[in-house]
Design a protein around this ligand. Structure first.
Ligand code: ZN
Length: 133
């Protein structure tokens, strides 16, 4: 698996974008609103393949909104890029990891995404993602 991105939950994506533009010395290259999750996202490149994903929940029902309310801003998940998400999900389930969903969902940048429960992964939320052509 390749580390694809680190997801960071923020209160205000405009402020966070300014800060990360200063930190990384480059601007966000992709921004999107995910209606299904009530989340605004912005991506920054941090190397050939790795990225930072900023996430702002814009509704009290959004999981990102709830995360920030409970834990404050900060690292929310890490995402690994896989070639066959269905096979990797089965493999990890067989290893005993608990899932947060039944099947992959459509995430940012038209990728399929799937999450494992942090209580089974040592406290860190793990995302698998796969590109769709
Ligand atoms: Zn992500």
């Amino acid at each position: 698996m390749i580390l694809d991105h680190i997801g960071i939950a923020v209160k205000n994506i405009e402020n966070a974008k300014k800060m990360y533009t200063s930190i990384l010395h480059s601007s966000a290259y992709h921004e999107e609103y995910l209606e299904s999750q009530k989340v605004k996202v912005a991506f920054f490149k941090t190397g050939a393949n790795s990225k930072i994903e900023l996430l702002e929940g814009i509704d009290v029902d959004s999981l990102i909104y709830k995360f920030v309310e409970k834990k404050g801003e900060g690292i929310h998940h890490m995402a690994f890029l896989v070639k066959d998400i269905y096979a990797e999900i089965e493999r990890m389930k067989n290893e005993g990891f608990e899932t947060l969903q039944d099947k992959p969902k459509l995430g940012a940048a038209n990728k399929l995404v799937f999450f494992f429960h942090p209580k089974s992964t040592g406290g860190s939320l793990i995302e698998l993602c796969q590109k769709q052509d």
